[in-house]
Design a protein around this ligand. Sequence first.
Ligand SMILES: [Zn+2]
Length: 160
Amino acid sequence: MTAGEIATALAEAETAFQQPPTNPEVDLAYVTDESLLQLRKACRLLDAAEFLLERNGHFTIIIEASFVAIERSLQYYVTDRGYSVPGQRHTEVYDRGVQAGLFSQEAADRLEALWTEHRSKSYYRTGIAGEYRAQAMFQLATAIHSEVVAVTRTQDCICD
Ligand SMILES: [Zn+2]
Protein backbone atom coordinates (compact mmCIF):
# COMPACT_ATOMS: atom_id res chain seq x y z
CA MET A 1 0.00 0.00 0.00
CA THR A 2 1.46 3.35 -1.03
CA ALA A 3 1.23 6.61 0.93
CA GLY A 4 -1.34 7.75 -1.60
CA GLU A 5 -3.47 4.65 -1.06
CA ILE A 6 -3.29 5.12 2.70
CA ALA A 7 -4.32 8.77 2.34
CA THR A 8 -7.28 7.76 0.15
CA ALA A 9 -8.38 5.02 2.54
CA LEU A 10 -7.98 7.36 5.51
CA ALA A 11 -10.14 10.01 3.84
CA GLU A 12 -12.76 7.34 3.11
CA ALA A 13 -12.79 6.22 6.74
CA GLU A 14 -13.10 9.81 7.97
CA THR A 15 -16.00 10.39 5.55
CA ALA A 16 -17.71 7.18 6.71
CA PHE A 17 -17.79 8.42 10.32
CA GLN A 18 -19.06 11.87 9.33
CA GLN A 19 -22.19 10.36 7.79
CA PRO A 20 -25.08 8.46 9.37
CA PRO A 21 -24.31 4.71 9.27
CA THR A 22 -25.49 2.89 6.17
CA ASN A 23 -26.89 -0.58 6.86
CA PRO A 24 -26.64 -0.07 10.65
CA GLU A 25 -25.88 -3.07 12.86
CA VAL A 26 -28.83 -5.23 13.87
CA ASP A 27 -30.30 -4.27 17.28
CA LEU A 28 -28.30 -1.04 17.39
CA ALA A 29 -30.22 0.88 14.75
CA TYR A 30 -32.71 3.39 16.13
CA VAL A 31 -31.35 3.12 19.66
CA THR A 32 -31.06 6.78 20.58
CA ASP A 33 -30.59 6.44 24.35
CA GLU A 34 -26.85 6.61 24.99
CA SER A 35 -26.94 4.37 28.03
CA LEU A 36 -29.06 1.75 26.29
CA LEU A 37 -26.69 1.84 23.35
CA GLN A 38 -23.84 0.82 25.70
CA LEU A 39 -25.88 -2.15 26.94
CA ARG A 40 -26.77 -3.24 23.43
CA LYS A 41 -23.15 -2.93 22.27
CA ALA A 42 -22.19 -5.22 25.15
CA CYS A 43 -24.86 -7.72 24.06
CA ARG A 44 -23.55 -7.65 20.50
CA LEU A 45 -19.90 -7.97 21.58
CA LEU A 46 -20.74 -11.02 23.70
CA ASP A 47 -22.70 -12.54 20.84
CA ALA A 48 -19.73 -12.03 18.51
CA ALA A 49 -17.27 -13.39 21.09
CA GLU A 50 -19.39 -16.52 21.57
CA PHE A 51 -19.65 -16.97 17.82
CA LEU A 52 -15.85 -16.83 17.50
CA LEU A 53 -15.29 -19.02 20.56
CA GLU A 54 -17.45 -21.75 19.03
CA ARG A 55 -15.33 -21.59 15.89
CA ASN A 56 -12.08 -21.68 17.88
CA GLY A 57 -8.85 -19.83 17.35
CA HIS A 58 -9.68 -16.13 17.30
CA PHE A 59 -8.67 -15.73 20.93
CA THR A 60 -7.20 -12.22 20.72
CA ILE A 61 -10.44 -10.69 19.48
CA ILE A 62 -12.49 -12.72 21.99
CA ILE A 63 -10.38 -11.34 24.83
CA GLU A 64 -10.60 -7.81 23.42
CA ALA A 65 -14.34 -8.06 22.91
CA SER A 66 -14.82 -9.44 26.44
CA PHE A 67 -12.93 -6.54 28.02
CA VAL A 68 -14.93 -4.02 25.99
CA ALA A 69 -18.21 -5.81 26.79
CA ILE A 70 -17.38 -5.53 30.51
CA GLU A 71 -16.70 -1.83 30.08
CA ARG A 72 -19.92 -1.22 28.13
CA SER A 73 -21.99 -3.23 30.62
CA LEU A 74 -20.54 -1.21 33.52
CA GLN A 75 -21.14 2.05 31.67
CA TYR A 76 -24.78 1.08 31.30
CA TYR A 77 -25.01 0.12 34.95
CA VAL A 78 -23.47 3.29 36.40
CA THR A 79 -25.56 5.50 34.09
CA ASP A 80 -28.70 3.59 35.08
CA ARG A 81 -27.80 4.24 38.71
CA GLY A 82 -27.48 7.96 38.04
CA TYR A 83 -23.71 8.28 37.93
CA SER A 84 -21.92 10.01 35.11
CA VAL A 85 -20.01 7.86 32.65
CA PRO A 86 -16.28 8.10 33.31
CA GLY A 87 -14.16 10.00 30.88
CA GLN A 88 -10.55 9.46 29.99
CA ARG A 89 -9.24 6.41 31.82
CA HIS A 90 -10.84 3.09 30.86
CA THR A 91 -10.35 1.79 34.37
CA GLU A 92 -12.43 4.58 35.97
CA VAL A 93 -15.54 2.62 35.16
CA TYR A 94 -14.53 -0.07 37.70
CA ASP A 95 -14.36 2.52 40.47
CA ARG A 96 -17.78 3.81 39.45
CA GLY A 97 -19.04 0.24 39.68
CA VAL A 98 -18.01 0.28 43.36
CA GLN A 99 -19.62 3.69 43.98
CA ALA A 100 -22.82 2.51 42.31
CA GLY A 101 -22.86 -0.65 44.45
CA LEU A 102 -22.27 -3.37 41.88
CA PHE A 103 -19.15 -4.91 43.42
CA SER A 104 -16.55 -4.42 46.14
CA GLN A 105 -13.45 -2.25 45.92
CA GLU A 106 -11.39 -5.46 45.99
CA ALA A 107 -13.23 -6.80 42.94
CA ALA A 108 -12.80 -3.45 41.19
CA ASP A 109 -9.06 -3.45 41.92
CA ARG A 110 -8.73 -6.97 40.54
CA LEU A 111 -10.73 -6.11 37.42
CA GLU A 112 -8.62 -3.00 36.93
CA ALA A 113 -5.40 -5.02 37.33
CA LEU A 114 -6.69 -7.59 34.85
CA TRP A 115 -7.40 -4.83 32.35
CA THR A 116 -4.12 -3.02 32.88
CA GLU A 117 -1.88 -6.09 32.90
CA HIS A 118 -3.54 -8.27 30.32
CA ARG A 119 -5.64 -6.32 27.89
CA SER A 120 -2.75 -4.24 26.67
CA LYS A 121 -0.53 -7.34 26.60
CA SER A 122 -3.00 -9.24 24.45
CA TYR A 123 -3.41 -6.24 22.28
CA TYR A 124 0.26 -5.53 21.76
CA ARG A 125 1.22 -9.20 21.53
CA THR A 126 3.70 -9.19 24.38
CA GLY A 127 1.23 -11.66 25.83
CA ILE A 128 -0.26 -14.42 23.72
CA ALA A 129 -3.97 -14.99 23.67
CA GLY A 130 -4.98 -18.62 24.23
CA GLU A 131 -8.11 -20.71 24.50
CA TYR A 132 -8.33 -20.89 28.30
CA ARG A 133 -7.75 -17.15 28.66
CA ALA A 134 -10.36 -16.43 25.99
CA GLN A 135 -12.92 -18.75 27.62
CA ALA A 136 -12.26 -17.31 31.08
CA MET A 137 -12.57 -13.71 29.88
CA PHE A 138 -15.75 -14.53 27.98
CA GLN A 139 -17.23 -16.16 31.12
CA LEU A 140 -16.25 -13.14 33.21
CA ALA A 141 -17.77 -10.69 30.72
CA THR A 142 -20.94 -12.80 30.53
CA ALA A 143 -21.21 -12.97 34.33
CA ILE A 144 -20.82 -9.19 34.72
CA HIS A 145 -23.26 -8.49 31.91
CA SER A 146 -25.84 -10.91 33.37
CA GLU A 147 -25.47 -9.35 36.83
CA VAL A 148 -25.97 -5.86 35.37
CA VAL A 149 -29.07 -7.04 33.50
CA ALA A 150 -30.46 -8.76 36.63
CA VAL A 151 -29.77 -5.87 39.00
CA THR A 152 -31.13 -3.15 36.70
CA ARG A 153 -34.07 -5.38 35.68
CA THR A 154 -33.71 -4.04 32.16
CA GLN A 155 -35.84 -5.62 29.46
CA ASP A 156 -33.52 -4.26 26.77
CA CYS A 157 -30.80 -6.94 26.86
CA ILE A 158 -30.88 -8.83 23.58
CA CYS A 159 -28.73 -11.78 24.64
CA ASP A 160 -30.26 -15.25 24.30
ZN1 LIG B 1 -27.28 -8.62 26.75
